[in-house]
Unconditional design. Structure first.
Length: 253
């Protein structure tokens, strides 16, 4: 997809995964080693395809812990002979602090530079990865290639998510030179500022709609979903209900 990033998409399409989980292989031109971001679900055909594309893998990085991104990480790392770095210790391999991901961390492999940007909210362990040499920002599920992301209570929290969107929008508007977003699902985003602005505005509009629903007497999450998400297919209402619970938690302070 770019000079530094290759996409291998898992065959797990669905309402929440869109076309499937995007596994990203990062490698500097001419380098012997690669970095794999989000190996994906435990689908051996997919994981072996990633191994074939990646060659020698220095490390696996996880944007967050959801199974469609992390389930195959341990198997993949064992096959590749590398470690796994993640915010949540339960997903690290080995589970020591050196394999964590923190604000300001920089991963360098074969001339490739990857900077860690914590972006909690979709999950509290969510991070993005910035490739300054490429102008690419890997966003996991914080920003999707199509539609908007779910912030599902209690695993996700709306306050931190709004803060993370503000941070990403400021970053995209800075002199950093963000040219594209490489999401965890869906296509590459070539207009980062426009999409991030839409995400921020969309969340505020949904909050206003939930406030209006409460004022109108719709007090349960189920009633609010039926009122606010009437334009959304009912198959997505369970996810919408988890989002509403996150919104109510936010509004209650």
């Amino acid at each position: 997809m770019t000079d530094l990033a290759t996409l291998v998409r898992a065959d797990n399409p669905g309402l929440m995964t869109l076309d499937g989980t995007n596994t990203w292989i990062l490698r500097a031109p001419g380098a012997d080693e690669s970095v794999v971001v989000d190996p994906g679900p435990m689908l051996e055909d997919h994981l072996r395809a990633v191994l074939d594309q990646a060659g020698k893998v220095a490390v696996v990085l996880l944007t967050h812990k959801h199974p469609d991104h992390s389930e195959g990480a341990a198997w993949f790392a064992n096959q590749a002979g590398c470690g796994v770095r993640a915010v949540d210790p339960a997903y690290r391999l080995p589970t020591d602090r050196a394999h964590g991901l923190n604000e300001g961390d920089v991963i360098t492999v074969g001339g490739l530079r990857i900077e860690v940007l914590p972006t909690p909210g979709h999950t509290m362990d969510s991070v993005c990865f910035w490739l300054p040499q490429d102008g690419s920002l890997l966003t996991g599920d914080t920003v999707l290639g199509r539609g908007t992301s779910v912030v599902a209570h209690p695993d996700g929290a709306l306050g931190p998510y709004l803060d993370s969107l503000d941070r990403l929008l400021a970053f995209a508007n800075s002199a950093a030179g963000v040219e594209r977003l490489l999401p965890g699902h869906g296509p590459v985003i070539d207009d980062p500022t426009d999409v991030l602005t839409y995400y921020v505005n969309h969340r505020q509009e949904r909050l206003d709609q939930v406030r209006a629903a409460l004022t109108a007497g719709h007090t349960t999450p189920e009633a609010i979903v039926a009122h606010v998400y009437a334009d959304v297919p009912p198959t997505l209402w369970p996810a919408a209900e988890r989002s509403v619970r996150a919104q109510l938690d936010y509004l209650r302070g």
